[in-house]
Design a protein around this ligand. Sequence first.
Ligand code: ME8
Length: 647
Amino acid sequence: MDKKSFYITTPIYYPSAKLHIGHAYCTTIADSVARFHRLADEEVFFLTGSDEHGQKIQQKAEEQGITPIEYVNPIVAGFQNLWKLLNISNDDFIRTTEKRHEKVVQEVFRRIYAKGDIYKGAYTGLYCTPCESYWTEHQLDENGCCPDCHRPVQEVSEEAYFFKISKYAHRLLKYIEENPDFIQPVSRRNEMINFINQGMEDLCISRTSFDWGIPVPIDDKHVIYVWFDALTNYLTPIGYLDDPEKFQKFWPANIHLVGKEIVRFHSIIWPCILMALDLPLPKQVFGHGWLVVDGTKMSKSIGNVVDPIGLIEEFGADAIRYFLLREINLGQDGNFSRDALIQRINSDLANDLGNLLHRTLNMVGKFQQGVVLAPEGRSEIDASLIEDAMSTVKTFADDMNNMKISHAIKAVWAFISRANKYIDETAPWALAKDESKKQELANTMYNLVEALRVISGLIYPYMPTTAGKLWQQLNLPGTIEELRLADIEKWGGTPANMHIGQAQQLFPRIEVEKVEQPVKEAKNKSEKQKSKKDKQKESQPEGEISIDDFAKIQLRVAKVLEAEAVPKADKLLKLKIDLGDEQRELVSGIAKQYKPEELVGKNVIVVANLKAAKIRGVVSHGMVLAASAGDDLKLVTVDMPVGSVVR
Ligand code: ME8
């Protein structure tokens, strides 16, 4: 049976400046969607590229005394390099200056002209040079400027070719109304309906005032106006003119993913061009929001442009990809902040995911000499883990099919937390001490490795390199690229008697320089959460927390292995503790009440999932519980095995 096909595009970017993290955001979204559909065993075509013509490029080249192609070549090479560094899996990269594209644009012009939908006229209008857009009077902003960039527009008058967009307005409106998924999110759809209802004028599609463009095939005084040229890129690489079979497979496109400000071009002008060509319309135009820095859109003039290459070098591509996809609800604007990025790396990647892998590999190594033994039977806890895994795969697939990317990631991370909790609930270190619990231990180890196998597939669209590392460290057969959704929709794909691989750190924890840092972040976070809390307040008396709030705190029994004073801090002791499956260091303010030697061997209770902080140069990873009254203070001790969960 033929595979289902899936065609996704990003916009083609202007080589007028270096790309910033906002552009990387758009391409990363498309990449995660393309990778998901490959995982779902579909035949995917993922296109990105560069939009190289137009007056602005010509002007910049002239300013530098070089030709336009000399100007764009190194910039476009920079785009391609960035996509490589970011692990973008595009199947083609289209440059609008390529011959293959010129041929298609000219043919599209010829066909529509032959049909009578392109005519020559005179254009007197308002033109925004930076946006390369014509506007009508009523579209301008309140200051009479460009409604997109708010810069002044110029009145221009010249001979030009026009495309009879007005002829298609009624058909387009009907199509939008009958196909609710065509323009997403809904807010953009409503905007477009309003736009069409205001009345559509024919579109000027040629210019004579510059020559950096594709010549109009019937009149070489004119070059084709950029949007007519740019939008047609979506037809070029899928064989519109030269490979009918390929074209049949991939057209209409499943998703044109674009920024919110260019939804209009994709959901109004582009469908009209397609209707004039008698081609079916794309299934969806999805308008994503902007990535802003401190609430402002990135711009060179403001000086808040974030360079993705520097970030990739510092934190790695997967961490950046994860942050962009997780942090921002697709369709809404989202804020980029270094602090938030570091917090995500530490809590979600190093802590949640890294710890799960590390703890699992450590325990299989320590308790079963590195061999994953065959499971037999299932406890209630096992069954609930498995049920959770399978429902997570389903949520993930549904969400990814519906472009709810951050929602899908949240579901995956909820499962990662669930698997970490499973370790606490089953307490394998205790099972390992009891010969009669050998099979129970084998089952637990199997389930953890199997959960990580499923997780590798679930994180693959977002963090392909990390997913591959996970796969390798588990030593699973084949490669992550060969894995298919169907393989993780069933529990039990990990072969029994498999030897696990070498454990290596996935994400080093990024040390927070100052202790104040987490305080500042916590403050920002608490401000953001304020309105949420306000809502909760209505149903929850002040000072009370819900059971869900309490469940966030992981309390565990730990044995103090070593204790020593922290230099130049008379209240602080540095403790080394054993949590059963790992050892850690933490700092505790108990030096006034306890001598170091009194503490060694004590079983204390520790907040195990407290965010790490640097205190007097020591990274403290957890907090010991103590009861205090005035100056009197006593550690909470308990006679239970190390690693036990306190609830
Ligand atoms: O518009 N956050 O090219 P472009 C999120 N050549 N997305 C952003 C962004 C930000 N801060 N800044 C830019 C063009 N983008 C045309 C497209 S398609 C046939 C022709 C996004 O390089 C922007 O929203 O100006 C747009 O989708 C894309 O980058 C390309 O912008």
